[in-house]
Design a protein around this ligand. Sequence first.
Ligand SMILES: Cc1cc2nc3c(=O)[nH]c(=O)nc-3n(C[C@H](O)[C@H](O)[C@H](O)COP(=O)(O)O)c2cc1C
Length: 208
Amino acid sequence: MSDILLVTSSIFGENSKSSAVAHDILERLETAKPGAHVTARETNTIPHFSGEFLGALTTPPDKRDAAQHNMVANADAMIAEVEAADTIVIAAPMYNFTIPSTLKAWLDHIARAGRTFRYTEKGPEGLLKGKKVYVAASRGGLYANGGPAAPMDFQEPYLRAMLGFLGLNDVTFLYAEGQSISPDAAAEGMRKARAAVATLLTPLAAAA
Ligand SMILES: Cc1cc2nc3c(=O)[nH]c(=O)nc-3n(C[C@H](O)[C@H](O)[C@H](O)COP(=O)(O)O)c2cc1C
């Protein structure tokens, strides 16, 4: 049975464009993988990486107080979700030219030396291997495929680098662009995103 992890990170809740595209992806994946188990992780409630959390991680388990146990247990749960998933769908809005800070907080919590990556004599090695990742990337402007704002895109390069560092190298981006340009441009951006999802995933569903 397939295990799909859906990660959402918009501040707009049900009106989120990235989440809408991510749900499109999820629906088609569920058609392609009947009976798939889906886990949803909303990043808005994840605390930022802190000195307290680092202190909890570096304190031996039998010496941790209740708050430290809780912090490590929360991060362990996030890591377990990623490890269990064969497919990960990430809804990633662009805020100030990169990902939301809460999505960064999720990445900070799942990046754990010795668990999701390790250092070897040949350099770092990602340990989250053999998983497919889809990123629904929403943006106000136009960045993809050499768009005019491409040099300001620190969302896709950062996500590709960070996910790759963890061993997640099979990553496909689907873009909902132009969301701040005009209502027409926003609608066209969503139409293109949904069409791209259909083109990419309909064959997968047909083969199921
Ligand atoms: C706080 C904030 C910062 C934003 N920064 C950018 C930006 O730097 N570049 C851009 O193209 N769009 C930017 N936008 C527009 C969003 O990327 C766009 O509205 C997108 O659809 C948001 O996705 P969401 O609805 O899933 O949250 C920003 C929006 C907000 C609310």
